[in-house]
Design a protein around this ligand. Sequence first.
Ligand SMILES: Nc1ncnc2c1ncn2[C@@H]1O[C@H](COP(=O)(O)OP(=O)(O)OP(=O)(O)O)[C@@H](O)[C@H]1O
Length: 469
Amino acid sequence: MFKTKYFQTNDHNELVRLITTIFNTSHDGLAICDRNGHILLYNEAYLHLTGIEAAVLDTYSFIEQLEKKLVADSSAVKAIQSKKTYSVAIDYGSGRKTINTATPVLDQNQEILFVVGNVRDITELNQLQKELEDTKEINSQFQKALEQIQNSGESDAQLVYRSSAMHRIVGLAERFAKNDSPLLLLGESGVGKDVLAHYVHQHSGRSGDFVKINCGAIPDHLLESELFGYEKGAFTGANQSKEGLIELAHEGTIFLDEIGDLPYPLQVKLLNVLQDGKIRRLGGKESRRVDMRIIAATNCDLEEMVAQKRFRQDLYYRLNVLSITIPALRERHEDIPALIFTFLKKLEQKYQVENRVDGEALECLVTYSWPGNIRELKNVIERAYHTCDNGKILVEDLPASMRTEKPAPTTYVLAQPHDELSLKDAVHRFEQDYISGMLAKTSTMQECADKLGVNISTLVRKKRSLKIK
Ligand SMILES: Nc1ncnc2c1ncn2[C@@H]1O[C@H](COP(=O)(O)OP(=O)(O)OP(=O)(O)O)[C@@H](O)[C@H]1O
């Protein structure tokens, strides 16, 4: 203890009052015991932090408390035994985590007079430590995302994901990549079908090119010649022969995006190519062998189109040998921070300006429902990157519609009695709604079946009998 010149009290009572006040107002727990561990004094904070009853302190010495396993550990006992200051970390039943330090006070014969015990609450410190660890974890996730950017050769084909749903999908894609069967990629617009098709090609070991054609973007009358090529003189203006995109994909992959838009007459021609592995150019006589892998993608309901006779059933079956449905972004919010980080990193590399997303804005971005999926997220980030100030993207930099969106409440719809519905019809309708809802929420039939607690063949049968699309 240090005294300044202002401390002049010699009054014993005043001194005791002062020390008692210090003792009682201390936020640290204090307990003083003798050389046998009998507790002489303790304060309110000691009771509060340790959760030990006053009656226990009045009855049992520290040594007895330890013997009776009333406490997990005791710094005081250790200090008594060693005659040295001793610290232990203790988790009390009160929920507090503490560091307890016991300091022995020795007489001139080196015998213990007292042991002064101090209990310091480190619960909040632990909380801070945990938050620090969480932050480090997020940091390392971002770091991995960064490595992913740096390691991927072709920037457009880069696939960023963290969610378990996407882990499963990528695993499936890697397995399917080694296969030559057609692959059908399904999912809403902007979920990353194009990116996944690239990924499959990259992992296929095929030496040829990845050739993409958007069946919906090319006018019908040009699509045939683009796909199949033509010979000189095949039609007016065909002054020389030209390879079609299918031929260009020889030994590689052809990616037919928006396959639902392939005109009906061309569907037969494509089916023939798939069956024979040969193509004939427009106006050509000979067939050429093509060794290509077909990946088709659509956000249309091809089964429905087949039912409406807008898509050939035989082609549908041929394309749908292997299929992957990519879930909407709102079903895999875990991917959002890594995607944001990736997009920001790319913008930073391009414009040499570093902008970060502030916490509130990040929360808004993570909870938004993203009807336009990753494409919409990318656009929102790019716009916010260019409009934000002071290196920080704030909520105000996000589109107004995003800021006002309320998270969809999770409600269970309970059937209300309905005069016009028999129980059978009501059950039918309920099953229809419930299964459709679960199908929309899950990314594979297996996952859906698991969630519903039925096997997959039951689910398929139900789907058919309930006419669920
Ligand atoms: N997993 C991902 N990682 C990084 N970027 C992604 C990912 N998925 C999609 N993107 C980006 O989002 C945008 C939309 O992706 P993509 O074109 O692959 O979607 P799509 O499902 O093929 O859409 P559409 O059905 O409209 O053709 C692209 O800019 C793409 O680079």
